[in-house]
Ligand binder design. Structure first.
Ligand code: SF4
Ligand code: SF4
Length: 429
């Protein structure tokens, strides 16, 4: 499906022959979480494909129902991976959102969030302040002690407990621009600090930088990178995603690093797409984008390719691992995080359906709460069977979702990034 021909206002769409390549084998249905929850054909990948084709051909109205089907897709990429004739229904659902974004008037909040908030790290940090104060002034503790959240509708209660303990200061204000290698410098790497990692999972990214430094990396962390662009792609705003990609390439290519490291599965898969797709038609940036994307590595992927120091304090903890969709299928990285956990000394318990989406997909818990929770329940059931003390996942969206799943099911399981366990095993602090 790579040679898309029809150009719909700047968006490349597949040709008629490509749509007709579907042999209706149904394999994509067997791996699609949205289909498996409802067992309705219209929630399946091949139906999304056909609905999109009919809308483009003008045979079907771009209705609310159509829009919802396209936005209900989790972008988990499972259908892309399994289709025997190479159709990528998941990619088409994203392309459909771009078409919807252009064709239909968008709610006023959308440009405000995607054009104003996401590209502005300071503004995002300011927006987190009320939640930070809620936690740090003890209001959350009082609210929970008095059981006030029990009066809230389940959905609001879930949002309240979804948020982990926030760092007082975002990581970009704490990390030095350059973290020297411990011992002889073997590599110079740039660290792409993602939005969620900066504001919410700062401990995980601080651990990433420490582990890299421990293994001979000089780590440069530019503070002026912007959002990777995935939220924009997910909501059809391709133009802003492209602008963000150009900005990030300009910042990072100057650093002349051996690799560009990220510890967020979604950031990593998006940064790797700059060259292959997002800027492939940009005459000025095409080559720079390709060279940039080749250097992008998930932290587990990078560490998996270099000699690592043995940890001094191996853990003896029972740990399981969830494969984030954008790491497993988006980047084909799945052995490496498991190896890191084993290197850390963890007793790794394989999770049943480890690569089945957790239902997060960034904002599905907000936009499609009921189906997101159904998909999460399946994941949580499998987590419970492992009896693990810690579940790990290298994606902030998955971590939030898994944490909520554990709370909803009353499981006493911590949620961490795999790199945090290796950091602990090095006992760096
Ligand atoms: S797996 Fe591919 S060929 Fe089979 S039904 Fe799905 S889209 Fe069609
Ligand atoms: S990307 Fe995932 S949720 Fe979307 S259609 Fe494919 S399998 Fe279903």
């Amino acid at each position: 499906m790579a040679d898309a021909r029809n150009i719909w206002q700047g968006i490349q769409l597949p040709s008629e022959e490509q749509y007709l390549a579907c042999i209706r084998c149904g394999l994509c249905l067997s791996v699609c979480p949205t289909y498996r929850e409802t067992l309705r054909e219209t929630d399946s990948p091949r139906a999304r494909l056909m609905l999109f084709r009919k809308v483009i051909a003008g045979e079907l109205e771009m209705s609310h129902g159509f829009t919802d089907k396209m936005y209900r897709c989790l972008d988990c990429l499972a259908c892309n991976a399994i289709c025997p004739v190479g159709i990528k229904p998941g990619d088409l659902a994203l392309a459909a959102r771009s078409v919807i974004h252009q064709a239909k008037p968008q709610p006023w909040i959308k440009p405000l969030i995607f054009g104003g908030l996401f590209p502005n790290a300071s503004l995002m940090e300011t927006c987190m302040m009320p939640m930070l104060l809620y936690q740090r002034l003890g209001i959350q503790r009082v609210v929970n002690t008095l059981g006030l959240t029990r009066r809230l509708p389940t959905r609001l209660r879930d949002y309240e407990r979804m948020l982990p303990s926030l760092p007082v200061r975002s990581l970009r204000h704490r990390l030095p621009e350059t973290t020297p290698a411990r011992g002889p410098r073997k590599y110079r790497v740039a660290f792409f600090l993602g939005c969620f990692q900066n504001m919410i999972f700062a401990d995980a990214s601080a651990a990433t930088v420490r582990v890299l430094a421990r293994n001979g990396c000089e780590v440069v962390t530019p503070k002026n990178v912007k959002c990777c662009g995935m939220p924009h792609l997910g909501y059809g705003d391709v133009a802003t995603a492209r602008a963000l990609a150009r900005h990030n390439i300009d910042i990072l290519e100057k650093l002349d690093a051996d690799a560009i490291i990220t510890d967020c599965a979604t950031c990593g898969s998006t940064l790797k797409e700059y060259g292959a797709h997002l800027l492939a038609d940009d005459a000025e940036y095409r080559d720079k984008a390709r060279a940039f994307s080749v250097k992008v590595k998930d932290v587990a992927e990078f560490l998996g390719a270099i000699p690592l120091r043995e940890p001094e304090h191996p853990l003896k903890t029972r740990v399981t691992y969830h494969d984030p969709c954008h790491l497993r299928r988006g980047q084909n990285v799945w052995r490496e995080p498991r190896r890191l956990l084993q290197l850390a000394g963890a007793e790794l318990i394989e999770l049943r359906e480890a690569d089945w989406c957790c239902g997060s997909a960034g904002t599905q818990a907000i936009t499609h709460y009921a189906s997101s929770m159904q998909i999460l329940a399946r994941k949580t059931e499998n987590v419970a069977k492992t009896n693990a003390a810690i579940i790990t996942a290298g994606c902030p969206g998955c971590q939030l979702q898994l944490g909520l799943g554990a709370q909803r099911a009353g499981l006493k399981v911590q949620v961490q990034h795999p790199i945090q366990l290796l950091d602990r095993a090095y006992n760096d602090r």
